[in-house]
Design a protein around this ligand. Structure first.
Ligand code: HEM
Length: 400
């Protein structure tokens, strides 16, 4: 007899395999899809684990995204700090405020725009791969490929110079690591917001061809503070996410040689392959946080106004009610749309850009390095466990 599930439970954290979410999720979906959850700060909330309930909770206009990120160990920022939402950070706002901001920026992230910037994306990818090849085998794929590609793309779109780029990268990494102490965390936040404020002051008087200048001088009449907030959001949301998908995705491909061979043989598989990697790896590993603004029902349970819901994308994406053999990586899978980019009004704004970056980068990697392989046994690849908001690998030693 398996032990009864604890009630309330704590957020599942331990993974058996670097690619699979914690095992408890399968049991929760089968036995108790809506579970009472003890949050790290002591409050009791809810954990939602089935695909259809996750979708319903995220689409429900009575739920709001708070400015906190819940992980097994922490609530960031801690509830007692209750930060006000900085102007422009629309990921933590409800419509119509959220939609007003989102409308201003969505045009930079459409499929059409991604197609227009494809030559530049390819150039960045090519330069990074050339750098790695010149460095020689073995090399760390995270250092040469997974981190720099999305970092260069989003900083360039915002108009951040090459010289300032490492500072922004360091600040974002510190903000998304759960073991960053209070003082360095404050420094990182101040660095990010201070750096952007300086840039925005400059673009107000000397506009250039970048998103910040466009937002300042466009029809939206945004204030400097709002543009700083939007810039911070785009950096926080667009850099580490894609970087982790590139690093962990390359690891997953190298660990599935049959799938990798099929992909090399038939490049038309790339579109489904990118979606399947997003589903299978679901790097937003601890789920999305929502607060109920009114009483509502999820999976037959009443959620009271003010209660917190943790909506598990990783669990939903492995729901056998929607996917055949959900724990298998199948790069030709064409089933229910995955929820790795969330769902509803806050669904990822940069999804198209992330898809373009992944497809172009992985394809170039495999074309240029046909003999690519891991340079260490797979168990020696350091994966980000409970120490990072997004799942991924800290480094990926490869040879060719
Ligand atoms: C593979 C990479 C990525 C993944 C897995 C990912 C995942 C997500 C998820 C799950 C959400 C929903 C959050 C919520 O509902 O609370 C989200 C929102 C968002 N993402 Fe992404 N993202 C990725 C890449 C990007 C990129 C490249 C950008 C571009 C700058 C970006 C910008 C945003 C923004 C601005 C939001 C907030 C949207 C809103 O609240 O209206 N993301 N992302």
């Amino acid at each position: 007899m398996p032990k009864p599930l604890p009630d309330p439970m704590t957020l599942p954290a331990r993974r058996g395999c670097p690619f699979d979410p914690p095992e408890e999720y399968a049991r929760l979906r089968a036995e108790r899809p809506m579970s009472r959850l003890r949050l790290p700060g002591g409050r009791i909330g809810w954990l939602v684990t089935r695909y259809e309930d996750v979708r319903a909770a995220l689409a429900d206009p009575r739920t709001s995204p708070p400015l906190i990120q819940v992980t097994p160990a922490t609530e960031l920022p801690l509830p007692e700090e209750e930060l006000d939402v900085p102007p422009g950070v629309f990921s933590a706002l409800d419509p119509p405020e959220q939609s007003r901001y989102r409308r201003q920026v969505s045009r930079y992230f459409t499929r059409k725009r991604c197609r227009e910037i494809t030559p530049r994306l390819e150039q960045i990818i090519d330069e990074q791969l050339t750098g790695m090849i010149e460095h020689g085998s073995p090399a760390d794929l995270v250092e040469w490929f997974a981190q720099p590609i999305p970092t260069r793309v989003i900083t360039e779109m915002l108009g951040i110079s090459e010289k300032e780029r490492p500072d922004y990268q360091r600040w974002i990494l510190a903000m998304l690591s759960l073991d960053t102490a209070e003082e360095p965390l404050r420094e990182a936040r101040d660095g990010l917001y201070g750096g952007l404020a300086e840039l925005v002051r400059d673009r107000r008087v000397r506009p250039r061809d970048d998103i910040l200048s466009d937002l300042l001088h466009g029809a939206g009449s945004l204030t400097d503070e709002e543009v700083v907030g939007i810039g911070a959001l785009l950096l926080i949301a667009g850099l580490e996410t894609t970087a982790n998908m590139l690093g962990l995705g390359a690891f997953a491909l190298l660990q599935h040689p049959g799938q990798l061979a099929a992909l090399r043989a038939d490049e038309s598989l790339w579109d489904t392959a990118v979606e399947e990697l997003l589903r299978y790896l679901t790097i937003v590993q601890f789920g999305l946080t929502r607060t109920a603004r009114e009483d509502l029902e999820v999976a037959g349970q009443t959620v009271r106004a003010g209660e917190t819901l943790i909506v598990s994308l990783a669990s939903a994406n492995r729901d056998s009610a929607f996917y055949t053999a959900p724990d298998r990586l199948d790069l030709s899978r064409d089933e229910a749309p995955h929820l790795a980019f969330g769902h509803g009004v806050h669904q990822c704004l940069g999804a198209q850009l992330a898809r373009f970056e992944m497809k172009l980068a992985f394809r170039a990697l495999l074309r240029r390095l046909p003999g690519l392989r891991l340079a260490v046994p797979p168990e020696r690849v350091p994966t980000a466990g409970e120490d990072k908001v997004f799942h991924g690998v800290h480094s990926l030693p490869v040879a060719w």
